[in-house]
Design a protein around this ligand. Sequence first.
Ligand code: CO
Length: 179
Amino acid sequence: MILPILIYNNPILRKKSINITSSYPKLDNLISNMFETMYNANGIGLAAPQIGLNIRLFIIDLVSYIQNNKILLKKVFINPKIIHNYGEVMNLKEGCLSIPNILEYVKRKSHILIEYYNENWNKHIEILNSFEARVIQHEYDHIEGKLFIDHLSFMKRELIMKKLISISKGEITPNYPTH
Ligand code: CO
């Protein structure tokens, strides 16, 4: 089932999310709905707050973005904890399904050490880098109540303010269901 995606200025996007337990109701169903919602919007990551749930859960699927990929890049992150961000500072363009039509450069560290549970509640501790680390840091921000525009300079944010106001008024509508 495709779920509506919450758009910029919805207060749910600004709340810090909480951990869940393995008895969380219909978790498998929720995860499959999140993938369907993300694919429908041509996204590569989606966090639970974006569909209205303040729980520590996000998904990624980078397969279509990386050629000749042999690594599993379709992943579910439950109760993730980024223990360490380190390495080179990379300045790359980001967008967000909750902030349509805005792409801006964001500086993030190249590597992360992350602990999480997958959809089968197997615990993972991994060092990730490159594009995967980038997308995960973006999604992780969502469960902390942050958005990528928070990383922009005051000047840059002023420059996109008009666009942000239009988005929050529903004047800029993407081609996927929003709420
Ligand atoms: Co986002």
